[in-house]
Design a protein around this ligand. Structure first.
Ligand code: 5GP
Length: 192
């Protein structure tokens, strides 16, 4: 998505060879127009998939997920991060290792917000090693629901996440795909 790639070029800050900071439009301050356009783009890419619910993870996935939910007219659920979730019969729970915080967290979703007949689109802000997306997919599977696809705002294609998700059989749609950070610059994967 050219609009997003241009924004990354102008406002993204390459912190090191694996980490990008985009806190002026995605991770701290939010650009609502850009979020809305990304929501429209996810809706376009997954049109015809009869999605019934969107699942994301707090906090940075929520903004774009809610815009996609607005366009697609489906509810948006976000998994909550709990250090030590008491697993009860009412919650789906799984462990996710955080790429940025370097720690494991339990993530939880109340059972009443996912049903076995749901067709779920998973959305997240970044894809690195795929831990967050795989954790969300695990929760959808616990509910007996279907993962229709995984929508990612920024995929770092040089890290293993995208390959892992595709190998597991998931459709991955990323709005910007980064091939490398070199010399403080973002190199995008050329689009076909
Ligand atoms: P994964 O679970 O795929 O290893 O990592 C994805 C999660 O880590 C995202 O939800 C995001 O919060 C965080 N993350 C991974 N890489 C980056 C990055 O380069 N910049 C920022 N701001 N967050 C990242």
């Amino acid at each position: 998505m050219e609009l997003l790639k241009n924004r990354i070029r102008t406002d993204g800050l390459v912190l090191n060879d694996s980490l990008l900071k985009v806190d002026s439009f995605l991770n701290h301050q939010l650009d609502p127009q850009l979020m809305f356009k990304m929501g429209e783009e996810f809706a376009r890419r997954f049109s015809g998939e009869a999605i019934t619910r969107i699942l994301t993870i707090e906090a940075s996935g929520i903004a774009v997920a809610i815009m996609a939910g607005l366009v697609m007219q489906v509810p948006v659920v976000f998994a909550r991060k709990k250090k030590s979730a008491v697993t009860t019969d009412d919650l789906y729970c799984t462990k996710v290792y955080s790429f940025t915080k370097k720690e494991s967290n339990d993530i939880i979703v109340d059972k009443k917000f996912l049903a076995a007949n749901d067709r779920v689109l998973i959305i997240d802000d970044f894809l690195a090693n795929g831990e967050a997306a795989l954790g969300l997919a695990n929760i959808v599977q616990q509910a007996g629901a279907a993962v229709v696809g995984i929508g990612i705002v920024i995929e770092k294609s040089f890290q293993p996440g995208a390959g892992k998700l595709k190998a597991a059989g998931f459709r991955v749609e990323s709005l910007a795909r980064i091939a490398a950070f070199s010399g403080g610059q973002v190199q995008f994967v050329p689009e076909a």
